[in-house]
Design a protein around this ligand. Structure first.
Ligand SMILES: [Zn+2]
Length: 252
């Protein structure tokens, strides 16, 4: 029976991932995510249904548009693979429970934000802001991952902390460090995962961002997307945070 559930999540997840690709491409351009149907971003020719099948379509046309031969971004099959993978990992951890659906929402918005911020250095308000009331609302359910007090504490602390950091950086270096999008996103994440989760996410995202900057010798005077690191950290927290915290405590 479980294999049936996994297969179902794999197929559903990759189809939903295919829709996320549309969102990632169209939301920053302020295009409708419903119309027109899938088309090549370059030659605008519509994509036939058999090439629209997640991952398989990409392999069938060997990563190129059938009409104009332009290369199709590796992001398309990647998102169609990551989405079902995360859905399956959530299912294996939580079963079909309330928390499963709670985190499906968080991860789904997270995947879209991850790539939009990576490409454009922006986090659209239409994605980050709804996370705040939604996270608080879902925390009212008795089986939610956090209670409402913790959810509010996470959202408010995240907002105030990042707002203060952004303000002081601007005040003393006269430059924008954290953007407004980051402040709204951390508040939204805090609403979903509470105060302990928030601290975990800030720590992990800061460390991974720092390692990345050093590893790729990124010029810190250029714009830097912090959103993808926060999303990565929130995924790690939801799936493995408990194990990581227990392991850390066992060191003492
Ligand atoms: Zn084309």
């Amino acid at each position: 029976m479980q294999y049936f559930h996994l297969l179902f999540l794999a197929i559903l997840g990759s189809c939903i991932g295919s829709f996320f690709n549309v969102c990632i491409y169209r939301i920053p351009n302020k295009e409708s995510i419903v119309f027109p149907p899938s088309h090549c971003p370059h030659c605008k020719k519509s994509i036939p249904p058999w090439l629209n099948i997640p991952i398989i379509g990409y392999l069938l046309c060997m990563g190129k548009c059938k009409e104009c031969n332009i290369k199709i971004s590796w992001q398309y099959p990647l998102v169609e693979f990551i989405t079902p993978l995360l859905f399956i990992l959530l299912y294996l951890k939580f079963g079909f429970s309330f928390m499963f659906f709670q985190y499906i929402i968080l991860f789904s918005v997270g995947i879209i934000i991850f790539f939009i911020d990576l490409y454009h250095q922006i986090i659209p308000d239409t994605l980050s802001l709804p996370l705040i009331p939604l996270g608080i609302l879902l925390s009212l359910h008795p089986s939610a991952g956090v209670n409402v007090k913790d959810s509010l504490a996470g959202a408010i602390t995240g907002f105030l902390l990042f707002y203060f950091l952004a303000w002081s950086y601007w005040r003393f270096r006269n430059k924008m460090g954290l953007g407004g999008g980051d402040i709204k996103l951390i508040a939204g994440l805090g609403a979903f995962i509470g105060l302990v989760g928030l601290i975990f996410v800030i720590l992990i995202s800061s460390v991974t961002a720092l390692i990345t900057i050093l590893a790729i010798r990124y010029d810190i005077n250029k714009q830097f997307s912090f959103g993808p690191f926060m999303i990565f950290a929130v995924v790690i927290y939801v799936l493995y945070g408990h194990n990581v915290i227990m392991w850390y405590l066992s060191l003492y």
